[in-house]
Design a binder for this molecule. Structure first.
Ligand SMILES: CC(=O)[C@@H](O)[C@H](O)COP(=O)(O)O
Ligand SMILES: NCC(=O)COP(=O)(O)O
Length: 237
């Protein structure tokens, strides 16, 4: 069973564009849960251009499904996660000025740092995940840090899918097999969509969770949020 965690960054982007509270992030997140999603994901960035740190605090009190907080573990982010105690924290190595996440961790080069941060979160009872490219040595490095899961960075899959889905999925299949051998759980995310999700799910053994935001909100403009959440759930069965 693969859980759908909906990333609500884009809802916050829309809200922030007018400075008020429309759309109401908490209401939308609760509606998304009511429509059947099994989790809510946020990725607060240091400039708070979409999710604000306070949003994370507010959502932590309201989300009744799995709450996943993603971000680069700087001291402010670590403090926020320890305060809000989400179900899962996903470590993403994004630069302060990055438009969006654009790489996985080098889990070998940053092994000491990641091991320390993972231990901090695990001792607070928070499930941990590390965002990685589909590269065997990075999966092995993530396992060595003590993380519970990896999140496979799927941008390259989404990009190549339209040209050759077999070629696009190949490194993810190898990475997933290695993760399963090592006993580390598998999440995935970035640019997954209604078009490419079913093939991904069908080919990745042991896919526990996908977090999807950008495409899902764009698709909802045409098809409606409730309908789109249901469509993803059907493709993830
Ligand atoms: C880790 C990941 O792939 C997502 O969190 C993605 O980075 C969404 O972030 P933005 O909404 O800021 O693009
Ligand atoms: N972890 C990936 C995520 O939360 C959503 O990424 P995207 O669907 O907005 O590209």
């Amino acid at each position: 069973m693969t859980k759908l965690s909906v990333n609500v960054n884009k809802i916050a982007t829309l809200r922030n564009s007018r400075g008020g509270n429309v759309p109401n992030l908490l209401t939308v997140a609760q509606d998304i849960e009511r429509f059947g999603a099994e989790g809510i994901t946020v990725h607060p960035r240091p400039d708070e251009r979409h999710i604000r740190y306070q949003d994370t605090r507010d959502l932590a009190k309201r989300v009744t499904t799995e709450f996943n907080v993603e971000g680069n573990p700087n001291p402010k982010f670590i403090a926020l996660v320890l305060e809000t105690k989400p179900t899962q924290v996903t470590l993403v190595p994004d630069a302060v000025d990055a438009i969006t996440s654009n790489a996985g961790w080098d889990t070998v080069q940053h092994a000491d740092f990641l091991t320390k941060v993972i231990a901090t979160f695990k001792s607070a009872g928070i499930r941990t995940s590390i965002f990685v490219d589909p590269v065997i040595s990075m999966v092995e490095g993530a396992k060595a840090t003590g993380a519970d899961r990896i999140e496979l960075y799927t941008e390259s899959y989404a990009k190549e899918y339209t040209m050759s889905k077999e070629k696009a999925i190949a490194p993810f299949v190898s990475a997933a097999h290695r993760a399963n051998e090592l006993g580390i759980g598998i999440n995935a995310g970035h640019d997954l969509s209604l078009e490419n999700i079913q093939y991904f799910k069908a080919n990745i053994p042991g896919l526990l969770e996908v977090s999807i935001g950008h495409a899902l909100i764009c698709e909802s403009l045409y098809l409606g949020l409730e309908n789109v959440v249901q469509m993803y759930l059907n493709k993830l069965k």
